[in-house]
Design a protein around this ligand. Structure first.
Ligand SMILES: [Zn+2]
Length: 99
């Protein structure tokens, strides 16, 4: 299934999901950043606000209940943020959710 890394928050997600449902990625407000000198025994992290957050939920077209589409008929999203990067489908970690 197509996998992506969000260029704004570095989150990795699949769309559609394993069960076939579609998924709209929305960046969290903050992310955890590891600080220099951090170890597994003594983790040192801080929260960092995510600038230019991505929000893939469809953009509503006025009050019609419909969504805005581009010239190809694809739904427009609320905010592209910094975009996303398509990942190879068989990178390590992809099998974690397959039971
Ligand atoms: Zn994101």
């Amino acid at each position: 299934m197509p996998r992506y890394r969000c260029n704004s928050c570095q989150g990795v997600y699949s769309n559609p999901q394993a069960d076939g449902s579609s998924y709209a990625h929305v960046c969290p407000e903050e992310r955890v950043v590891e600080l220099p000198g951090s170890t597994e025994e003594e983790p040192r992290v801080q929260l960092e606000a995510i600038a230019d957050r991505r929000d893939e939920r469809p953009r509503p077209a006025g009050r019609s209940g419909l969504v805005e589409t581009d010239s190809l008929g694809h739904p427009r999203i609320l905010s592209p943020g910094k975009g996303r990067t398509k990942l190879p489908e068989d990178v390590a970690g992809d099998v974690l959710d397959r039971g």
